[in-house]
Design a protein around this ligand. Structure first.
Ligand code: SAT
Ligand code: MN
Length: 586
């Protein structure tokens, strides 16, 4: 079969280049032997199977603990197609550079070939990929994060239509680390990193960077968004997608437990996805979303029975922990924020002896992660395998802002929403290498993940809005991270965020009021329910306060940012910016 030939040819080519000792195909079965091998090699530690059945610990190299944005490239023929939002190199140059690095990189190692599916198998939303890797850790993580089975392997062979993902940990050299995307060839080459988004190529590399490029060409959207269903006391479920930069609480919001007063009334939350949404216009003209992933790769520190009891329940089985503390006392794991009693006999994320009561250093890396299967989540949406996805009522964008952005506001219309999302800013976190806490504009929380020029991406968003017309979801902006003068968070966050989503959904249903302000439509403090919540009205007023001077400065930063896209920036967005400036100066 010619289609099968494509896969075979590609694998043969990779074997010739990487020169592994042997080749193993992965179809989801017989992984126990691989786990044993990883344990023998010291790549995995089997944790206490009575307390944490099916759970393992992995420690990555010390120089390899987060996504490397400066090592991430979009290699399009024309530099302008990658845009100012991406590092660029010409495809032939990058291929030549990386061919030299991949040459013989798997000598003495096994090459694993992993056919995988992003999205429910057989769904018209779904896409296939094949990752070639020399890392068992990657195999085991991909087995949790994507759909891998004999059926998927068959599909890949039969269709021959798959994203080619080539990965080697090689020497883990920082100088020669590259995460290169070739959107025009449906290909990803990643070398010298074994970590998260650099190495699990189905995730950010495929499901966002390559998929966003495919989505532009095919008329859909690949977004850095969680998907949740909110069930009201009448039993109706409304779905919301929300985009936040990495490590800003998407997983916590996706797994939210309603505050007690809401639970008593009958509210429930269902998680469809915690990180990535693929959105298409359905036959009914509305926007529908699927989660292309099959598991969660979540930030561990801060996860506990109060902040995210659902995650805690999920990660007590079948989970791979990366870079947390190994508790020697009972062969379990610990991290900052789990409990007030850290182990005294611990091994920290670097593999050193660590006493949590005396050490000044953190035991778990701030970007330590769990990889856990979606099926274990107690509030997993029954719609998660629905091939058509779920219909979306609202799109919510948010960042980590100490001051400027208020707790919540709504866009006046879809184009204004695209403007708000394209200019949203956030303080950097430990999810990417580099300084933490620096404010940068992170359009749609996609700046590190958009596989093409974001000027064109904004135009694509505007185009989608036009196609959706009156069926378009309403657009909102939220900020859970506003601080008071003492530097402390003003909003309790976590489950209480449902109060804000309640206003959001009421706005979608035309059931809540809003006041018109220069930045958009905002609730009165009285419109946010504080029933059962100890939050003084002054705090809510402060959370909703808009400081005009800060916003004037903000518009100056937006102007600079927009300029960087030159003539690729849609004029509509310049008009939206001028509109905001005019309203602020009134
Ligand atoms: O490392 S990942 O990209 O998978 C996680 C993240 O940064 O969001
Ligand atoms: Mn993410």
């Amino acid at each position: 079969m010619e289609e099968n030939f494509k896969l075979k040819n590609w694998v043969s080519w990779a074997v010739e280049l990487c020169k592994p000792d042997n080749v193993v195909w992965i179809d989801g079965e017989g992984l126990d032997a691989l786990r044993e091998e990883a344990i023998e090699k010291g790549e995995l530690i089997r944790l206490n199977q009575e307390i944490l059945p099916g759970c393992y610990l992995h420690r990555s190299a010390i120089n390899d603990v987060a996504r490397s944005e400066d090592k991430t490239f979009i290699c399009t023929t024309a530099k302008e197609d990658a845009g100012p939002n991406n590092n660029w190199q010409a495809p032939e140059e990058m291929y030549a550079r990386l061919t030299a690095l991949f040459d013989g990189s798997m000598k003495g190692r096994t090459m694993y070939v992993i056919p995988f599916c992003m999205g429910p198998v057989g769904s018209p939303f779904s896409k296939l990929g094949v990752e070639i890797t020399d890392s068992i850790y990657v195999v085991l993580n991909m087995n949790i994060m994507t759909r891998i089975s004999k059926d998927v392997t068959k599909l890949v062979k039969n269709t021959g239509d798959f994203v080619k993902c080539l990965h080697s940990t090689a020497t883990l050299s920082l100088d020669d680390r590259f995460i290169a995307h070739f959107p025009e060839d449906n290909a990803i080459w990643s070398i010298n990193s074994g970590y998260g988004g650099n190495a699990l190529l189905g995730k950010k590399c495929f499901a966002l960077r390559i998929a966003s490029y495919q989505a532009k060409n095919e008329g859909w959207l690949a977004e850095h968004m969680l998907i949740i269903g909110i069930e009201n006391p009448q039993g109706e479920v409304h779905y919301v997608c929300a985009a936040f930069p990495s490590a800003c609480g998407k997983t916590n919001l996706a797994m939210l437990i309603p505050p007690e007063v809401y639970q008593e009334k009958g509210y429930k939350v269902w998680c469809v996805g915690d990180d990535i949404a693929w959105l298409r216009i359905g036959e009914d003209g509305r926007l529908w979303a699927i989660n292309p992933e099959n598991g969660y790769f979540g930030v561990v520190p801060g996860t506990n029975s109060v902040t995210n009891p659902n995650a805690l329940a999920t990660i007590s089985n079948d989970t791979i922990f990366t870079n947390v503390v190994h508790n020697q006392d009972d062969n379990t794991v610990w991290w900052e924020g789990l409990s007030k009693t850290p182990p005294t006999q611990g091994i920290n994320w670097k593999g050193e002896q660590w006493n949590g009561t005396t050490s000044q250093e953190k035991g778990a890396h701030p970007n330590s992660r769990f990889t856990t299967p979606a099926k274990n989540l107690p509030i997993l949406s029954p719609e998660v395998e629905n091939p058509n996805g779920v219909p979306i009522s609202a799109l919510v964008f948010g960042g980590r802002r100490a001051k400027t952005a208020p707790l919540v506001y709504q866009a006046r219309d879809f184009n204004h929403g695209v403007f708000i999302a394209s200019t949203m800013a956030s303080e950097t976190t430990a999810a990417q290498t580099g300084a933490v806490g620096v404010t940068r504009i992170d359009s749609m929380a996609m700046k590190p993940f958009c596989g093409y020029n974001m000027g064109d991406y904004f135009a694509h968003w505007l185009d989608m809005g036009e196609k959706l017309g009156d069926n378009a979801p309403k657009i909102f902006n939220v900020n859970w991270f506003r601080t008071g003068d003492n530097g402390k968070f003003l909003w309790p966050g976590y489950g209480e965020n449902l109060r804000i989503l309640e206003w959001v959904l009421a706005r979608c249903e035309g059931e809540a009021l809003a006041i018109d302000t220069p930045i958009g439509l905002m609730p009165n403090p009285d419109d946010i329910s504080t029933e059962g919540l100890d939050l003084p009205k002054e705090k809510l007023e402060e959370l909703l306060h808009v400081d005009k001077n800060l916003w004037v400065d903000e518009t100056a930063a937006m102007r600079e940012y927009y300029k960087s896209y030159g003539d690729r920036l849609p004029k509509v967005l310049w008009d939206e910016l001028s509109g905001l400036e005019n309203r602020l100066h009134l």
